[in-house]
Design a protein around this ligand. Structure first.
Ligand code: EAX
Length: 329
C-alpha cells in the first residue's frame, strides 16, 4: 500500500481516537488525574470517605478520572489547600466552611455558637437552601461544592497546668488555638479566652511545647490526630458545628463529560454519607477512648456557655447577608 494512502489511514484512525477520547471525559492524553489534599492524617473520616470516593470514581469512569490523595498537609494547610483550588494547583479538598470565609463570608454562617441541637438538626440546615445560598459566591473563585462533609461539634481541650473547664469562668484568660475562623475566634473571646490562629499541622507541637494552653476541635479530630497526648482535659462544650465543604476546581469539573460529572456527584454523595456516619459514631464512641487514654472529661453547664455567646450574631451583623442571618435565629 502506497505511503500516502497509509498516512491517510493513520490520520483517520488518529482523528477517530481523538474524537472518542474527548467524548468520554478522559482525553487522548490519558486519564484526568485529580490531586486531593487534606490537612489531617489518613485515619480522619474526611480522608477515609475520600478513599471511597476515589475507588468509586475510578471504577465508574473506567479510569478516565483518577484521584490521588495527599493527607497530613502534604499539599499545604487548610488555607493553602483552598488557595490551591482557587489558583489551580490543588484539584480537590475538604475544609471547614469557615476557612472559605475569606472568599465568601456567608459560607461560615453555620458555625455560629450553639446553632444546632444535634447532627440531624445540623445536616438538615447544611442540606437546605440557606447553606446553598451562602455558597453561591464560591463559583466566582473557581470553587465547586461537591458535598458537605462533617467535622463534628467543636469542644475545648486544656493542658494539665490550666486544669479542666467546668464553667465559663474557667475559660478566662486561656490562650486557645483556633483555626482561621472569625466566628470561632469571637466565640472564644465572648467566653473570656484569648484566641490565636495556627495552621492545624502545627497544633500538636505547639500544645506540646506549651505555646498554647488549649485548643478546640471535634472529638474525632482530637482522637484521630492524637491531641490527647498533649492535652489532659476535654470539656464537652459542642460550642460550634463544623461543616466541611468537599470541593473541586470548577475549571477541571467543566472539562469532564456529563457522564463522568455524574459519577463524581454520585461518589461524592456516598462519601458524604460515609463521612457523616463515621463522624457521628466516633463522636459517640471516642469519648470513652479519650478517657481510657487518660483525658479528664467534663460536662460544663452549656446554658451558661450559650448565654455568654448569645451576642455573636449581633457582633457580625454587618459581615453577613442580613436575610441569611434572619434565617438562622
Ligand atoms: O480538622 O484547623 C482545625 O482545627 C480544623 O478543625 C482542621 O480541619 C482539623
Amino acid at each position: 500500500m502506497k505511503l500516502s494512502k497509509l498516512m491517510g489511514v493513520f490520520c483517520v484512525a488518529g482523528a477517530c481516537v481523538l474524537l472518542c477520547g474527548c467524548g468520554k471525559g478522559g482525553s487522548s492524553n490519558g486519564p484526568v488525574v485529580l490531586k486531593a489534599g487534606f490537612s489531617t492524617n489518613s485515619s480522619d473520616p474526611r480522608v477515609v470517605a475520600t478513599e471511597q470516593f476515589k475507588a468509586q470514581v475510578e471504577e465508574w469512569t473506567e479510569g478516565r478520572v483518577q484521584v490521588e490523595i495527599y493527607p497530613d498537609s502534604q499539599l499545604g494547610a487548610d488555607s493553602d489547600l483552598i488557595k490551591g483550588v482557587v489558583n489551580g494547583t490543588v484539584d480537590i479538598t475538604a475544609s471547614s466552611a469557615g476557612n472559605f470565609a475569606s472568599y465568601e463570608p456567608n459560607v461560615g454562617i453555620s458555625a455560629f455558637p450553639f446553632l444546632f441541637k444535634d447532627f440531624d438538626d445540623a445536616w438538615e440546615f447544611v442540606d437546605g437552601s440557606v447553606e446553598a445560598k451562602a455558597e453561591e459566591g464560591l463559583s466566582e473563585y473557581n470553587i465547586k461544592v461537591l458535598a458537605h462533609y462533617d467535622n463534628g461539634f467543636r469542644c475545648v481541650t486544656t493542658s494539665d497546668s490550666v486544669g479542666p473547664i467546668n464553667s465559663v469562668a474557667d475559660m478566662d484568660g486561656l490562650i486557645i488555638r483556633t483555626p482561621e475562623n472569625q466566628i470561632v475566634m469571637q466565640t472564644m473571646l465572648l467566653l473570656g479566652a484569648t484566641p490565636k490562629v495556627l495552621p492545624f499541622n502545627e497544633v500538636y507541637d505547639a500544645l506540646k511545647n506549651g505555646t498554647f494552653d488549649a485548643q478546640e476541635n471535634p472529638i474525632p479530630v482530637i482522637y484521630n490526630n492524637n491531641l490527647y497526648e498533649v492535652q489532659s482535659n476535654l470539656a464537652i462544650t459542642n460550642h460550634s458545628y463544623d461543616v466541611m465543604l468537599f470541593v473541586i476546581r470548577e475549571d477541571v469539573w467543566k472539562k469532564l463529560s456529563a457522564e463522568d460529572q455524574q459519577s463524581l456527584v454520585d461518589a461524592a454523595r456516598n462519601a458524604e454519607e460515609l463521612d457523616r456516619e463515621l463522624i457521628k459514631s466516633q463522636t459517640e464512641e471516642y469519648v470513652q477512648k479519650l478517657e481510657e487514654a487518660g483525658m479528664n472529661i467534663t460536662y460544663p453547664d452549656l446554658d451558661e456557655f450559650r448565654d455568654a455567646t448569645s451576642s455573636a450574631v449581633e457582633y457580625f451583623r454587618d459581615s453577613y447577608d442580613a436575610d441569611l442571618l434572619k434565617l438562622i435565629r
